[in-house]
Design a protein around this ligand. Structure first.
Ligand code: GLY
Length: 599
């Protein structure tokens, strides 16, 4: 791929083109034109967004960025236009997402990155997941009788806050791969935080739905509600001077300024002094580490579908679903066939049964990681799909262990709410970044410090630590990372990436990604149509069908096959980039505000 021309928007390359391009770029605006325009538009909300260049689908010869908000995608595009790479764009995009889509991700949360390093021809992954405080115990989310707390009682306040990983993740990968100077990548977010941005319709709707919990934290109330306590409306110009100050600090001093010093002290104070206090300490922040991990890959129809292994269940569960389906001809059945959806639904239920039993942070609990994707094991489980009707009951299988078999395991239960965000980027050198980033539920713990929200990631642990005396793999333990469903994915063919994608959506993420892959790879739908295709998935017992879509027509036949069927809104947020011989195709889920920008 050809390098994009260095139209510059205030970014300068730190290496290796810095000497040359730095001169060219010196003195230019410190803000992308689109972001500057947007700041002006904030004064005239009816025009907001007029200058933004993103679209639901885009093509590009050189690079592509897709993100859940147009301003965030624009910041990534500015980095790429300036000759930055996928990691530069990722950092710039994430910093703006933390401002304009604060309910989904940010400095107070965690993220997983799957990354193709084109120069090294190497696929790798980075785990920036939150950790449980070292003072946490398996009873963190239980009352004095050992019973699980109510979910929202656990979420709101300090108890659910894990040690954030996103700042250290951004710094780790930028130090390894970045070309544009760290501090410059903060400029678009800093400018928007200072000058203001227009509250998007999605953010406004979510604030309106969360007024009571946002009121419980002084900083969150002051930021998201007006002086009368009413939720901010779409189009309102929102400034975030506290976030601008945090960004200035991190730009100057790096992630250490987050994990120590005044900001760390403020985070710990907020968690410990909340009305539902938590256990996070300065030591937890100081000791936080990002972990580079080998990606987990599973074969499907001649591709390798690669993603994030434990502590995420994303790639293993997705790989199991696809592996169970590989011997069934979904292409011949087609997307409107109830038989195709019977197979997909029951393959998903089988995979989720294994997930509940075995998957957790493998640094803490032994896992049959290889056994769960072993071809013989999946072949045996796939036999279960041979009937004509829905499986009446589904339970975990018995995969082989590549070390001594662990203690007996009970099935866990973790309610993961659909929040989170996905950024997918391909740069002009062919590097590919697929990152899913989160603060867990919408608005996380609702605690706001330094202009960003703190996560409630610890509620991704199973509240029950044991069942009938048998331990649950995903129980809380000090320093452990809660199991995730995030599934940032890169699909490989012949050792080269051909597609990158991911989605928000809690434990529905896995089904959203599986549907998109099946629709694109089996049914041949163009990427945007594969994303837009109705979501139909199964996690536990019921088949879930996206309300208001043609897939509702499947309900009577699926019920006749013996499935319990539920219909509900299913707001996936898939951001994907296909890498084809003719160039790049970017697509953003029509259900959310995301866009793709390519050149
Ligand atoms: N909190 C969403 C996930 O990790 O899956």
């Amino acid at each position: 791929m050809k390098r994009s021309s260095a139209r510059s928007f205030g970014f300068t390359l730190a290496r290796p083109l810095a000497p040359l391009l730095g001169l060219l770029l010196a003195g230019l605006l410190a803000l992308t034109p689109a972001a500057a325009q947007q700041a002006a538009d904030a004064q005239a909300p009816e025009r907001a967004g007029a200058a933004l260049t993103g679209a639901k689908t885009a093509t590009g010869k050189n690079w592509m960025v897709t993100a859940a908000n147009p301003l965030a995608a624009e910041a990534g595009a500015a980095a790429l236009r300036a000759g930055g790479n996928a990691i530069d764009a990722l950092v710039a995009t994430q910093l703006v997402l933390g401002l304009v889509e604060p309910q989904s991700s940010g400095l107070g949360g965690g993220a997983f990155l799957v990354y193709w390093d084109a120069a090294q021809k190497r696929l790798t992954s980075f785990d920036g997941r939150e950790t449980a405080p070292r003072a946490a115990t398996p009873t963190l989310f239980q009352n004095e009788k050992g019973e699980p707390l109510g979910f929202m009682a656990a979420v709101v306040g300090g108890r659910s806050v894990g040690t954030p990983g996103t700042p250290r993740l951004m710094e780790t990968v930028h130090r390894r791969y970045g070309k544009i100077a760290w501090a410059q990548l903060f400029r678009p977010a800093q400018h928007l935080a200072e000058e203001g941005f227009a509250v998007s319709p999605r953010l406004a709707a979510l604030i309106a739905g969360d007024v009571e919990t946002l009121k419980r934290d002084d900083a969150a109330r002051a930021y998201f509600l007006d002086a009368q306590g009413a939720p901010l409306k779409a189009g309102t110009t929102l400034r975030n001077p506290a976030y601008a100050a945090t960004l200035r600090h991190l730009a100057a001093y790096g992630a250490d300024a987050f994990y120590g010093g005044e900001l760390a002290a403020a985070i710990v104070r907020s968690v410990r002094e909340a009305d539902n206090p938590g256990l996070l300490s300065l030591g937890d922040l100081r000791e936080y580490r990002v972990k580079e991990r080998a990606p987990v890959c599973a074969p499907y129809r001649g591709y390798e579908v690669c993603g994030m292994g434990p502590p995420s269940s994303g790639a293993l569960t997705l790989g199991q679903i696809l592996g169970l389906l590989d011997s069934y001809d979904l292409k011949a059945l087609g997307p409107t066939s109830p038989e195709a959806w019977r197979l997909i639904a029951d393959a998903s239920r089988l995979a989720f049964a294994d997930r509940e039993r075995y998957m957790a942070d493998s640094d803490f609990v032994p896992m049959p990681t290889k056994g769960l994707l072993a071809p013989d094991y999946l072949k045996g489980r796939a036999e279960l799909l041979k009937g004509d009707d829905a499986l009446p009951a589904v339970s975990a299988g018995e995969p082989t262990w590549d070390h001594a078999r662990a203690e007996p395991r009970a099935d866990g239960a973790a309610l993961e709410l659909p929040s989170t965000t996905q950024v997918t980027i391909v740069d002009a050198d062919g590097n590919v970044a697929s990152m899913t980033s989160t603060i867990e539920a919408g608005f996380g713990s609702r605690l706001m410090v330094g202009g960003f929200l703190l996560n409630n990631e610890l509620t991704d642990f199973s509240f029950r630590s044991h069942k009938d005396g048998v331990p649950v793999a995903n129980r809380v333990e000090p320093g452990k990372r809660p199991r995730s469903s995030m599934a940032p994915t890169i699909v490989m063919r012949d050792g080269t990436p051909v597609l990158a994608l991911g989605s928000p959506g809690g434990s529905q993420i896995i089904g959203y990604v599986a549907k998109t892959l099946i629709a694109h790879l089996d049914w041949g739908l163009p990427l945007d149509q594969a994303i837009a295709a109705p979501n139909v998935l199964a996690r536990f017992d019921a088949v879930e069908i996206e309300a208001g879509t043609a897939a509702e027509g499947l309900a009577p036949e699926l019920k006749a096959l013996g499935f319990e069927v539920k219909t509900a809104p299913m707001t996936s947020g898939v951001q994907a980039v296909a890498i084809t011989p003719d160039g790049l195709i970017g697509a953003a889920d029509p259900r959310r505000e995301g866009v793709a920008i390519g050149e």
